[in-house]
Design a protein around this ligand. Structure first.
Ligand code: ADP
Ligand code: MG
Length: 263
């Protein structure tokens, strides 16, 4: 699936009459079929807003998102979304949580069992099928969240800082697992993150956003095979380049705001 984002603008109303927050100011980009793309930017720059528009949860003020040429207007089963805290149903087991969407769609029981087994295997939850969410670690819960989405066979995975709440080791583990899932299923992945290293270790291309209002500042190619070594000279050079870009951007935005306050 190809995703084309054309001139997205998003304004949010505020409590003050006639005032609004400009979250996105002309975001355009193209995501290739089966590509692993990261959206990287300072917090508050509009990453989640962009992802929510791709998912169809939010409508843009102007501009459009086209998935294989068709405009996105609402959520759809072709786009699976995983958030930082996935709201699992606490009264359902791992297996029942993963099965929930299929059950709602009235998929026949034999197919449901087959697909749930596949999703469980894909994220390494074998042996935990009958546990309840409260019996699982944060990393395991996030795998259930991912499996719940994968079981629907989405063509695009939209991930909003899915590992941000996890400890560093668990995070590394789940990043590797996400790469396995991606290479097995060949879905397009759009990952929102504020971690430069996470973007470097995972992505084909990194779209760097400006401070609010969000625009795409630059698109960085990471033409390196996986698994990647974060200490390699190639990644060190790219890391330096991205940090410089982001530091310049944060400084520019601060000075702009400071200027406004003074003026
Ligand atoms: P990020 O995910 O990059 O941290 P967000 O997309 O969540 O940024 O937010 C971008 C800006 O839009 C922020 O200033 C935020 O306060 C504002 N914003 C986001 N959602 C809403 C909303 N529903 N109503 C009003 N303002 C919002
Ligand atoms: Mg966010």
């Amino acid at each position: 699936m190809e995703v084309v984002v054309e001139g997205l603008v998003k304004r949010f109303p505020t409590a003050r009459r006639g005032h609004h927050i400009l979250a996105l100011d002309g975001v355009s980009c193209r995501i290739r079929p089966r590509e692993f793309v990261s959206i990287l930017g300072p917090s508050g720059c509009g990453k989640s807003t962009l992802l929510n528009i791709l998912a169809g949860f939010e409508q843009p003020t102007a501009g459009a998102v086209l998935v294989d040429g068709r405009p996105v207007r609402a959520p759809g089963p072709d786009r699976g979304v995983v958030f930082q805290e996935y709201a699992l149903f606490p009264w359902l087991t791992v297996e029942q949580n993963i099965d929930f969407g299929l059950r709602n769609l009235r998929v026949p029981p034999a197919e449901r069992r087959r697909r749930v087994r596949g999703a469980v295997a894909l994220v390494g939850l074998g042996g935990f099928e009958h546990r309840f969410p409260r019996e699982l670690s944060g990393g395991m819960r996030q795998r259930v969240g991912l499996a719940r989405v994968l079981v629907m066979n989405p063509s695009i995975l939209l991930l909003d800082e899915p590992f941000a709440a996890l400890d560093a080791l668990t995070r590394r583990l789940l990043q590797d697992q996400l790469l396995d899932v991606w290479s097995t299923t060949r879905t397009t992945v759009v990952l929102v993150t504020h971690s430069v290293d996470e973007a470097l270790v995972l992505s084909d291309r990194i779209h760097i956003m400006s401070a609010r209002p969000g625009r795409i500042l630059q698109v960085i190619d990471v033409p390196l095979s996986r698994p990647r070594d974060l200490a390699s000279p190639e990644l060190n050079a790219l890391r330096g380049e991205i940090h410089r870009l982001l530091a310049d951007e944060v400084r520019r935005s601060f000075e702009e705001q400071h200027g406004q306050m003074a003026g």
